[in-house]
Design a protein around this ligand. Sequence first.
Ligand SMILES: Cc1cc2nc3c(=O)[nH]c(=O)nc-3n(C[C@H](O)[C@H](O)[C@H](O)COP(=O)(O)OP(=O)(O)OC[C@H]3O[C@@H](n4cnc5c(N)ncnc54)[C@H](O)[C@@H]3O)c2cc1C
Length: 497
Amino acid sequence: MGTKKIAIIGAGTAGLATAIRLQSQGYDVTVFEKNPKVGGRMYQLVDQGFHFDVGPTIVMLPEVYKELFTYSGANPDDYVSFQLLDPLYQLHYHDGTTLTLSSNLTTLMKTLETAFPEDAEGYLKFLGDIYARYRIANAGFIDHGFLKPSDILNFKNIRDTLRLRTLNSAYRSIAKFVKNEKLRQALAFQTLYIGVSPFEGPSIYTIISMIELLYGIWYLKGGMYAMAQAMERRFLELGGTLRLATPVKEVLIEKGIAQGVRLEGETFQADVVVCNADFPGAVSSLIPTQYRGKYTPKKFKKMQYSSSAFIVYLGLNKKYPTTVHQIRYAKDFKKNIDDLFAPRMPEDPSFYLYSPTQIDPSLAPEGKEILYMLVPVPNREDTTMTWDEGMTNAFLNQMMECIKAIPGFEDIEDHIDVRHVYTPKTWEEQFHLMHGATFGLKPILTQSNFFRPQANALPVKNLYFAGTSVHPGAGIPIVLKSAKIVSDLILKVIPRT
Ligand SMILES: Cc1cc2nc3c(=O)[nH]c(=O)nc-3n(C[C@H](O)[C@H](O)[C@H](O)COP(=O)(O)OP(=O)(O)OC[C@H]3O[C@@H](n4cnc5c(N)ncnc54)[C@H](O)[C@@H]3O)c2cc1C
């Protein structure tokens, strides 16, 4: 028997991480990626010397990033370098007030006691409450899959589920501790990072704002794409095979056992297939109908999808001193969020700004600046969200007006060297995300933990799934955990030779 061959569909974060883990354990791994570059949603656009991160920008839990390199037998410091950001964010409210959130507790307390004296204690109590629940979630839910019935129905899980108190919404659980609406918004906005409304998403997802405050927001030197490049480099060093611009057309299955993948004009035989392409789109287009188990078209129609993102990437020939991460809140935050999922296009949207060149001039030509503006928008499940040229240009103009309204940015349109735009349609087409839902299946209670598709979601032997729409969910550290779950499972059930 020779070395077992593994075919991985997609060179996104989870695909590359699974590839590194299995290649480093002696399997013979080939990754097939439809796009000409690795990274998936962690993509990069390069234009006239500007290097734009396309999707993720906020680094949390850098030790999870590093663990991948350590596991593969390398020193992470040779691949990735992180810097703690301070401040974490600058938050701007509709009435012109600003809140700067420091990663230094002493500075943060001063800010809270000055701006929100009534709420400083509640803020700390909120952090303590969600920290305790995070410890339970991390050990009980995020770190492992639910691969067989006994992984779900056991006393510990039932007890932990009760202790997590997931039934409350994120916003309600914040409001219990904090009275000021601005401070509530500062803690609630982050559920949008996984594409769910804070008014609907389970309270456990306030762990995102807790992690930011207690464990920090980090900057990855070279921008987020440095992680994709580092993973590509490590995989190739380990002897893996990467086939870019090579879309997979179908997973080959015979008698319920995965046999490999069909490419354009070619088939590739493999002992195991791991699909990193986002679950709903991948199952619907790559798996023969009789092998889709419960994931029928009807089931996918019934499932709920996260919001999407409209992003403007600006390469500017002028410096605009600001912080790396900023958020601007809509006047009516609740209406803005409700519109997202109604779905209705936002009239006065909240948005997020990212300017990595504030601390990393290597991403732009000398003296120039990058500004990335992300506006949460509805996904394309509603077919009126055409994102044709007319709709895109109209919304782009609306958003340029919003940027120009920020004090100091009034002249921005006179200083644009390059401009790119991603709409929900771009996400759908470039990365095969169903309905252009940038964070995959919406992480509501009935689509989280044991209810989310698992690594072994289909009744097909030797076929596995990794990535955002499978457990544990969206976000770089979280999909890195998904890669760990799937590769540990393969190691356990399929000997390498
Ligand atoms: C706008 C945006 C902002 C975000 N911000 C953050 C953030 O700040 N911090 C954070 O931690 N996370 C963030 N996220 C989430 C994070 O980026 C994702 O969860 C993660 O990158 C997804 O990785 P993945 O492995 O699940 O899949 P993907 O990145 O989707 O990779 C799947 C790959 O499969 C490929 N593929 C699809 N179909 C085929 C096929 N038939 N054949 C071959 N290849 C195929 C795709 O091209 C893609 O490269 C953000 C996401 C977006 C979109």
